[in-house]
Design a protein around this ligand. Sequence first.
Ligand code: MLT
Length: 258
Amino acid sequence: MPEPMELAYEERGSGPTAVFVHGFPLDRTMWIGQLSGLAKVRTAMAVDLRGHGLSEDPNPGGYTMDLFADDIAATIDAVGMQKIDLVGLSMGGYVLFAFWRKHADRVRSLVFIDTKAEADSDEARKAREATAESVRANGMESLWEGLKPKMFGPSPPDDVLERVHKIFLGVPTEVAAADALAMRDRPDSTGDLGGIDVPVLWIHGDDDQLMPADGARATAEKIPGARFVTIPGGHLSPMESPAEANAAMTEFFKAVGK
Ligand code: MLT
């Protein structure tokens, strides 16, 4: 298994640090609206998972959610941070569960967005393999064309579509394939829900087609004291509705404190 590495990141704001973990197959720039919008309550630090954005990986492969979590731990060690708030969207949420299992002592609070706790079904696992093969053979534009109809609410802003498309095209195909296989192999996290004893906020797009909000609400109800809010949008709701996502996080982080 590859060794943990320090990740590239971008940060804005002041105060306690909240680390933002992007979804598949994206990078830190998906969080631009949060970096500016949360600057008064948190130092918002958006990381590029290995292979994505500026966290270059010359030899992508062997990715796991545990490895991504260890990379984040190595990064906060390198900058001398003890505890962090962790925010993760979709695949980023899978990383949060792994981080919680491995590094709970470093967690002040958790914000899950447009994600789920269950592992893949057998059928979904096969589909991950097909995704990995297809992206290697056909490239990122083809992955974008396949996912675009499922990723957004009914009326995504044009600039969001353009930004997400651009991010897709910037991710190396081998990295996207390695992500798909890492998601295939992620464990079921539902058994961890009842033991989460830090403050939790769960934000979900009310039109998320990939992970419907009702299922997410039922998952959030299993986390003691978790707050669940829906906001307008699909699977990338904080990009489609940054003001609503930031308002929910601002209220939450103020309550969490330092
Ligand atoms: C993501 O947005 O990270 C992916 O949709 C997650 C997944 O495919 O399970």
